[in-house]
Design a protein around this ligand. Structure first.
Ligand SMILES: NC(=O)C1=CN([C@@H]2O[C@H](COP(=O)(O)OP(=O)(O)OC[C@H]3O[C@@H](n4cnc5c(N)ncnc54)[C@H](OP(=O)(O)O)[C@@H]3O)[C@@H](O)[C@H]2O)C=CC1
Ligand SMILES: Nc1nc(O)c(N)c(N[C@@H]2O[C@H](COP(=O)(O)O)[C@@H](O)[C@H]2O)n1
Length: 255
């Protein structure tokens, strides 16, 4: 596949996304029993080759990919679009980590790759940017920046989280036009429970959900236990079969 799947082009940010109003996409892969990982957060490969490639196309169609710090710690992901043919020279997505307390492990794979492959910078790799609380001690920020990451301190909410409603403005300040939020469970839940941005407009523009025909049983749900109340109504705008998986594109309905 040398071009993005048509249904993604039709539904995801293209010319419409701007730095002034960044496009926010939520995405995850889940089992038939709505789990995104195994017991204790054990990483599970849910996506087959076709939908995994589709996920990498999605990554390359957004300026940034965002995950919560627990996903970084548990999965140690690469967050690249490395399944896309390199000869297409598509700009790599910007990795963003939501990490209020700046727990970021400096031996993480994303930072190691950035530090050890200088010739890939700007080609397949971007520097990891960590969004933390503005109460993190300067010594800790210095340690993480000295290790090679960029740290972006922001105001936290009363739960000590980065408020989802403020993320679009943070993206604007970082000159990013779109973000693909990959998880995990707590981050997805906080975005699904927040209807609007600080400017009053809708927060989540699209959700792209890969459903794999398997059961996980005990594991991590799409949203944490007890947070399945007050979720928004979703509208299915497209369903595509990709290999063994079904991929649904949904919009959040006005509440
Ligand atoms: N199948 C899939 O598609 C995917 C699966 N996963 C799975 O998800 C699991 C991890 O999920 P989970 O444990 O819920 O952790 P998350 O990755 O959602 O990270 C949660 C942490 O992010 C920080 N945070 C900052 N801002 C927010 C906010 N607005 N809302 C919520 N958290 C915020 C908090 O850090 P602090 O506690 O320091 O304050 C919080 O504890 C892993 O097992 C991973 O494998 C992850 C991505 C995709
Ligand atoms: N699309 C998708 N399908 C799955 O089966 C998954 N387990 C995930 N997980 C997400 O992808 C990250 C790993 O990415 P890298 O390949 O290391 O770049 C992982 O952290 C989850 O965010 N996604």
């Amino acid at each position: 596949m040398t071009t993005a799947p048509r249904f993604l082009v039709d539904h995801l940010p293209s010319a419409s996304a701007t730095v002034e109003r960044p496009h926010v996409t939520l995405t995850w892969a889940q089992s038939l029993d709505s789990k995104i990982a195994g017991p204790g957060g054990l990483r599970v490969i849910l996506s087959g080759p076709e939908s995994m490639l589709m996920t990498h196309w999605m990554r390359s169609m957004h300026d940034a990919i965002l995950i919560g710090v627990n996903t970084l710690i548990l999965d140690n992901p690469r967050l690249q679009a490395n399944l896309i043919p390199p000869e297409l020279n598509l700009p790599p997505p910007q990795p963003l980590i939501l990490d209020p307390k700046l727990r970021f492990p400096t031996d993480s794979r994303i930072l190691h790759e950035w530090n050890t492959k200088p010739n890939q910078r700007g080609k397949t790799l971007r520097q990891p940017w960590i969004i933390c609380g503005d109460n993190v001690p300067p010594e800790r920020i210095k340690l993480v920046e000295d290790a090679g990451a960029r740290v972006v301190p922001v105001e936290l909410d009363q739960n000590g989280h980065i408020p989802p409603s403020s993320l679009p403005m943070i993206l604007t300040s970082l000159n990013l036009r779109s973000v693909m939020i990959e998880g995990g469970s707590k981050v997805l839940s906080s975005f699904l429970h927040t209807p609007t941005r600080d400017d009053g407009s809708r927060l989540v523009d699209s959700a792209v959900v890969t459903v794999a025909p398997m059961f996980i049983g005990e594991g991590i749900g799409v949203v944490p236990l007890g947070e399945d109340v007050g979720l928004p109504k979703m509208k299915n705008v497209h369903t595509e079969t990709m290999g063994k998986d079904a991929v649904m594109i949904c919009h959040v309905e006005d509440q």
